[in-house]
Design a protein around this ligand. Sequence first.
Ligand code: FAD
Length: 409
Amino acid sequence: MPCPALEIPMTAVQSFDVAILGAGLAGRLAAWHLVRSGARVALVERGGPDGTGSAAHVAAAMLAPLAESAIAERRIVDLGIASVDLWRAWLAELPEPVFFQEDGTLVVWHARDRGEMSLFASRVRAVAPPELVAQRMRTLDGAGVAELEPALAGRFPQGLFLAGEGQLDNRGVLRALLSCAVSEGVHCVWEAGEVDADALPSLGICARVVLDCRGLGARAAWPAQPGQAGPGAMPGLRGLRGEVVRVHAPDVKLRRPVRMLHPRYPIYIAPKPNDLYVIGATELESEDDSPMSVRSALELLSAAHSLHPAFGEARVLELNVQRRPTRPDHLPAIRVDQAARTVRVNGLYRHGFLIAPAVTEAACAVVRALLNDDPAAHAVPAAVRWPGMIEAVTETPVSAGADGAGLLH
Ligand SMILES: Cc1cc2nc3c(=O)[nH]c(=O)nc-3n(C[C@H](O)[C@H](O)[C@H](O)COP(=O)(O)OP(=O)(O)OC[C@H]3O[C@@H](n4cnc5c(N)ncnc54)[C@H](O)[C@@H]3O)c2cc1C
């Protein structure tokens, strides 16, 4: 395959079908997916294999399409339902076990916040598919709360149960996807710094297609849309600050994620293996990625303590901050630049774990169409299934070279 003139010795350059930028959630899922379909894949990450620079590393990783429908659009609910099915199938194919459960979400509130419950339930009914609401949303009395979560017996006279909702171990799945991708032959470049597609040759990588999964690191590639630019305009991609606390609380014993409604400090508590709990999350319109504020720590921890006093004896393991990669419409998008042979996935916002399987599956279908020199790679079947999610950013496709290799990056 011919490579463009490079300033590095050609012997140092390796050829790949796909170079993936960013080894966070979308990047690892895509690497695993593509290598198993026979593609030669390079994965390039600014940080190390532990994923600490990604939003995915701190996420609670709840897979809660119904609970999220209280604040999200129907598109997210539908992508979420499709993705939970994909997670179930894909996790079963990973050689390393990953903690995953579908035991539902319990929603509770203190008596004075009863109004929040009506608001929550009416939003869920307005957004989620009616048959799903009918099947999965159930009101509980105090005995029902206690039956589901004995640790909360006597503490909440009412609750809502959202059956079938899931969660997984975010760090476990990042680890398992990477180790499986590497064992299938994915070539990883760690500590690459802040790279973009133009930097690949200097890393010794020559690829037929670039898949950009850099999350917020891809901000420059997502400018404001025409007509939305200018001072005070919403950027094409922005970070929303989120803070979570990880605690070790062996005295609490919750079985499933619990959401506590509150007018100012709604929280969730997601139990992970080994008596770990993720308590979150703030959502602040801020690009600040400095450490957690005292106010946020107080609010999250007091809310957890008010859910169950045994959190008072929990040990704080981590106070984490990350920014969620967010588009103006809060929906995910896949942009296909046929001429540059680049596919960009972004805008997973607060729903990355919930929707990433369906979104990355669609992005990988576009990548495969580009590898096959399909002149309408943006029009794969997923574009019909998820209208508006996949968009072409160049009008005129560039045909592949005579050897079918296409353009190189
Ligand atoms: C506090 C918090 C709680 C959350 N809880 C949930 C939840 O319960 N459920 C849910 O579904 N979602 C949740 N999310 C959202 C989820 O974590 C994100 O949507 C998801 O991680 C985004 O995936 P991504 O791959 O696009 O970005 P990331 O996971 O951030 O990965 C991007 C990767 O690209 C790398 N990178 C960036 N720039 C460059 C560059 N120039 N060169 C090379 N590499 C680069 C980064 O280091 C990183 O590894 C939460 C997020 C936060 C912050």
